[in-house]
Design a protein around this ligand. Structure first.
Ligand code: ARG
Length: 590
């Protein structure tokens, strides 16, 4: 369905034209004074300068044309020159019935669909997922699902950190502990054991230990650097070990992401673009973009109107080693070859913004991708803080593992569900707690603009009232329960047709329902799942107010009653579609 706001703008623009003014002035918006009207047009104000005419005169002329328009119940000129608009109930009724038969609840699909890569998650192998990995996973997953719902071809890729110094550190530490393993013997070049010489638990102990030692022991660190280099040069024993590290880690990562209902389409990492680095760098040299500066190979990316210094993009370090920039650049080459993307969206900590500014500029400047063909977009997210306003930590100051956090929140919900004492089995209560807990965490995160830091407050996020995931879940469950009651009482009722809204609350609900298309579109174009959260919160509020005034089960007019039920069923569909896009699902009861 065409966006309602566009339908209105079309009609108002035409009226401007008929009245002899520029149709571009007819742009309408949702009213910022819902107590006065539903929609408004401020075009006459801008028209005043253009036509040297008092804005109220222009507005009045346009309003006169619009007065014959059946779409509106009210067209009102308000001084100094606003046009206030209310839709006609019959028109709203027609829109609702269009939504009712549309499997996508009115959302317009992208035409033509684009190819989009969403780079999110960014975990490093051999390190456990901790709360720092929560935001990219949650935000990236939502951005991916929303884009896909719009009809685009979307590839989600975690872009694993699988090639850096952390592997060298593990190799060195492992060699100290088990020097007899065949991987360390340069004479042996194949036939390594199938079984990894460690478990994920071992790795999670080995890595932090090695990392700590390397901070004080320069020799140890140098050894790790050399091991990393040898690995990257292809030393067979190290490669074999690396594969073990990768397998063990990725299996564990998959299990953890699954708990978050986060699913990647491909599992690629920094290591996958290694073969593309040399040819890419050579080309940059040939084209004269890359030059040597203090031994390092760099590309200038400062631009004339920059207000701050943007240091050159370092393509190779002075020892010839690839950098974080290098792998991101070569990965662009690889993604172009594999997917020819129209957009690549990076969901990464906002502290890495400068890195991405440089990488994007360098990619465009050196022609890895063309600026008008492939949009490189950075969605930087802020820090998730504890109640003390500092980055979230465990009680003893360590980084909190993701599993632990999920468990905590689920327990908080469980306690609430249990205290309701509604006779559910233990297993059902646990299942509900997990679902609602995930909703609490994800909604708590996504309802903030990604760039902002936010405070993770278990108590607030798990509240059943207010702007929270559980409140949305509760609204979904409430509709399901009313529908069940209705279907039990009237098993033969025919649902479908929605009659034009009459009461204020009905009309408000109808108006919000008709804005789903816009909410999805804005979330998509602005990489802002918070827009969708805001929308469903409004929808849930409006629904609950509607209930407050209309007792569906006691409605005496059967046509009206069936229409109410069809309308709340539509709300249910919009809510369930939305939460699915945000990455969680609702239980049947709670
Ligand atoms: N692994 C990186 C880190 O831990 C994040 C990767 C983000 N994605 C990217 N294309 N650079 O900081």
């Amino acid at each position: 369905m065409k966006k309602v706001i566009d339908q209105i703008t079309d009609v108002v623009s035409e009226a401007f034209e008929i009245a002899g003014f520029d149709p571009a002035l007819g742009k309408c918006t949702v009213s910022n004074r819902p107590d006065l009207c539903q929609y408004q047009c401020n075009g006459a104000m801008a028209g005043a300068k253009l036509y040297h005419k008092a804005p109220f005169l222009i507005a009045q002329q346009v309003a006169d044309v619009l007065s014959a328009e059946p779409m509106f119940a009210k067209v009102e000129m308000v001084r100094p020159g606003f046009i206030n608009l209310d839709l006609n109930a019959a028109y709203l009724g027609k829109l609702l019935n269009e939504l009712e038969v549309d499997p996508d609840c009115g959302v317009e699909k992208a035409n033509p669909p684009q190819s989009i890569v969403v780079d999110y998650g960014g975990p490093n192998v051999a390190k456990p997922l901790h709360v720092g990995h929560l935001r990219p996973a949650i935000i990236g997953e939502a951005i991916k699902r929303i884009a896909r719902f719009m009809g685009h071809r979307v590839i989600g890729d975690p872009h694993l950190g699988d090639w850096g110094l952390q592997i060298g550190l593990i190799i060195v530490e492992l060699q100290r502990r088990q020097p007899e393993l065949p991987y360390f013997d340069p004479q042996i070049t194949g036939g390594y054991p199938e079984e990894p010489p460690f478990t994920i638990n071992d790795l999670e102990e080995i890595y932090p230990h090695a990392s700590k030692v390397s901070k004080t022991d320069e020799g140890y660190k140098e050894e790790a650097r050399q091991a990393t280099y040898a690995l990257q040069q292809g030393r067979p024993g190290y490669r074999a070990l690396w594969k073990h590290i990768l397998n063990v880690s990725v299996n564990d990562l998959k299990t953890n992401y699954e708990k978050l209902d986060v699913n990647f389409d491909i599992w690629m990492g920094e290591s996958d673009c290694q073969d593309l680095i040399q040819p890419m760098v050579d080309q940059m040299k040939v084209d004269g973009h890359a030059y040597l500066s203090n031994g390092a190979l760099v590309v200038d990316v400062q631009e004339a109107d920059d207000t701050r210094e943007v240091p050159p993009c370092m393509v190779l370090k002075s020892d010839g080693a690839a950098q974080y920039e290098t792998t991101d650049l070569a990965t662009i080459v690889q993604r172009k070859a594999d997917f020819d993307p129209d957009r690549i969206i990076y969901v990464v900590d906002k502290r890495q913004e400068m890195h991405f500014i440089r990488v994007f500029r360098c990619a465009y400047k050196t022609g890895l991708v063309a600026q008008d063909k492939c949009a490189l977009e950075f969605v930087g997210f802020g820090t998730m803080n504890g109640k003390d306003g500092k980055p979230f930590k465990t009680r003893d100051g360590g980084v909190m593992r993701l599993e632990y956090l999920l468990g905590n929140v689920s327990d908080a919900i469980y306690t609430k569900v249990k205290s309701n004492d509604s006779g559910m089995s233990e297993a059902e209560m646990r299942e509900i707690a997990d679902k609602v807990g995930l909703a609490a965490i994800k909604y708590g995160d996504l309802s903030n603009q990604p760039y902002k830091d936010y405070i993770f407050d278990v108590e607030r996020f798990t509240a059943f009232e207010g702007n929270t995931g559980p409140y949305i879940m509760y609204s979904v469950v409430r509709i399901k329960s009313i529908m069940n009651k209705f279907m039990a009482a009237y098993p033969d009722a025919k649902l479908g047709h929605i009659v034009p809204p009459e009461s204020k609350k009905e009309t408000d609900l109808a108006l919000i329902l008709c804005r789903f298309n816009e909410a999805i579109y804005e979330s998509y174009t602005q990489n802002a799942p918070n827009r969708l959260c805001h929308y469903i919160y409004e929808l849930a509020n409006s629904l609950n107010q509607f209930y407050g005034e209309h007792n569906i089960m006691k409605e005496s007019n059967p046509e009206k009653q069936a229409s109410y039920v069809a309308m709340i069923r539509l709300v249910l569909r919009v809510l369930e579609t939305s939460i699915q896009l945000l990455g969680f699902t609702a239980p049947d009861r709670m």
